[in-house]
Design a protein. Structure first.
Length: 135
């Protein structure tokens, strides 16, 4: 097991960004990741990155969706927010549907040899008598 002394917890001084947050307080947020030098000055050799943030509501509550917006300036990022958000939300919904399908197909039937829980593996809990069980 790795200890804290084994971890390389050093920031990369050549990859620093300053975050600027913009929101319309209705739909979403755009984070402008402005590249800076180790001294904190603007690094004009690198492009500013624009990251959009939105939320979709699920049965389990709000799910944050983060996506990159292909833009060079803030006004272009604001104009491109809706298109980038739609693509990211569609991708997220498809991933959730895939996870739901995978979860539904991973039913374990007692006595079929599936899963890692054998008889008594749960501390002597008796068999549930042929009912479908979730792993």
């Amino acid at each position: 097991m790795a200890t804290a002394a084994d971890l390389d917890i050093k920031m990369d001084a050549t990859s620093l960004y300053r975050e600027e947050i913009y929101t319309d307080r209705k739909i979403g947020t755009i984070r402008a990741m402005v590249p800076v030098t180790p001294a904190g000055e603007a690094d004009t050799a690198r492009d500013t990155l624009f990251i959009g943030e939105a939320q979709i509501m699920t049965q389990m509550g709000p799910l944050p969706v983060t996506f990159e917006i292909d833009a060079v300036t803030l006004d272009v990022a604001v104009a491109g927010y809706a298109g980038a958000a739609k693509v990211a939300i569609e991708r997220t919904v498809n991933e959730l549907q895939d996870l739901r399908r995978q979860s539904a197909s991973s039913l374990v039937l007692p006595g079929q040899g599936g899963g890692s829980f054998g008889p008594g593996a749960l501390g002597g809990v008796p068999s549930l008598g042929g009912k479908i069980q979730m792993p």
